[in-house]
Design a protein around this ligand. Structure first.
Ligand code: AOF
Ligand code: ZN
Length: 362
């Protein structure tokens, strides 16, 4: 089993090479190896959406040597014709002796069907090796398919006393330069970044990936009165979605569309967006992972509606006093209502602390 764990780690790090390019498909890596000699015979990963699957690339590299070998893949091999032909029959044809699978594919077109094809062909299938890690690598894909919405990460830079800005809104720069480039890496992992109109008016952010290499996600602005200026940097090259309401001024919508933004109008009873509606709209557009970057009232809404799956917080070693708290005006009545988090990782980034944590389920 330890041997399989080792190769599964390899498959997972291959899978991560597809980060930023595979959505709405999963990140998948595959290693084909010889169990007796403990030698890698082939490897591959899903490089981009619509491209060949990891297993196909690994089989290509292994060639005839795949016969009798073991294939390790973080996601169940597919059994359907999508953009590419199915992988499970390819593994059967190649004559592999065993397939080690990290997790079952929740895609209803697959959902155990790939494993069934392999087993029926007499191939030994070992399921669930490093399952937790495999689920984590494809948490966006899994959330989209099983929860009908993207995986939501809230990112913020905050002072040790929990402020994301001074009282007047000034927030540049709380965290250090290295933290900011880590935050850009995080942007590149997500398919969309969301901010409220307050952030656009105050900071005029670009919301692109600049400090590291990577694809810039779709930008989403929650803007019930369509106050986004036509010259806002967030509209940029046009991959920007401004979300207004049915009451929004149609002239403003027209101006923003001319400037290159896409405008969608959603229900907003009592002036508050239905975030569930927004998230299902985004998932239908292939957004598996959404990064919420503020401001505080947007973060507060996501927390109140229990829509936060993960937080990525850069804690800078400074006090800002009575500024704008990370959770906005969130009020709890008693300790029993506290939202507990479990830390996935805690790292030091120059002088800052970088905490990645996930709310514990109630
Ligand atoms: C991938 N890459 O390496 C594997 C996937 O439209 P297709 O043919 O690319 O099929 C996409 C589905 O195939 C995907 O949703 C997932 O269920 C399955 N496995 N997908 O993109 C891969 N192994
Ligand atoms: Zn496949």
């Amino acid at each position: 089993m330890e041997l399989y764990t080792h190769y599964m780690r390899m498959a997972l790090s291959l899978a991560e090479r597809g980060t930023g390019w595979t959505s709405p498909n999963p990140r998948v890596g595959c290693v084909i190896f010889d169990e007796k000699e403990e030698r890698v015979l082939g490897w591959g990963y899903h490089r981009r959406f619509g491209g060949p699957h990891a297993e196909v690339k690994a089989l290509e590299r292994a060639g005839e040597r795949a016969r009798g070998a073991t294939a390790v893949v973080n996601l169940e091999p597919c059994c359907h014709f999508g953009k590419t032909p199915p992988c499970a029959p390819r593994l059967v044809e190649a004559g592999v002796g065993r397939v080690v699978v990290g997790m079952r594919d929740p895609n209803p077109c697959v959902d155990g069907g790939g494993i069934e094809i392999l087993r029926k062909a007499g191939i030994d299938v070992v399921l669930g090796v490093l399952e937790e890690e495999c689920l984590h690598v494809n948490r966006g894909f899994v959330k989209a398919l099983t929860g009908g919405r993207p995986w939501v990460t809230v990112k913020a830079a905050l002072s040790l006393d929990g402020a994301i800005a001074l009282g007047d809104g000034e927030s540049r720069w709380i965290s250090g330069a290295l933290s900011r480039s880590k935050a850009h890496l995080l942007r590149g992992e997500n398919d969309a970044i969301l901010v409220g109109i307050g952030t656009v008016l105050k900071d005029d952010p670009e919301l692109t990936v600049r400090l590291v290499s990577g694809q810039s996600p779709l930008r989403v602005v929650l803007d019930s009165r369509l106050r986004t200026p036509a010259c806002a940097k967030v509209i940029g090259d046009g991959r920007c979605l401004v979300v207004g309401t049915a009451e929004s001024d149609p002239k403003r919508a027209e101006t923003l569309r001319k400037a290159g933004a896409e405008v969608v109008l959603l229900d907003a009873p009592e002036g508050r967006f239905r975030l569930d509606e927004l998230l299902s709209l985004l998932v239908r557009r292939g957004v598996l992972r959404l990064l919420v970057e503020g401001g505080a009232s947007v973060i507060q809404s996501f927390i109140e509606e229990r829509l936060v799956d993960e937080v990525s917080l850069f804690l800078a070693p400074k006090f800002l006093g009575r500024g704008i708290p990370f959770t906005g005006n969130l009020r709890l009545r008693h300790m029993g209502e506290a939202i507990a988090l479990r830390a996935a990782t805690i790292r030091q980034v120059d002088g800052d602390l970088w905490l990645e944590a996930m709310p514990c389920l109630p």
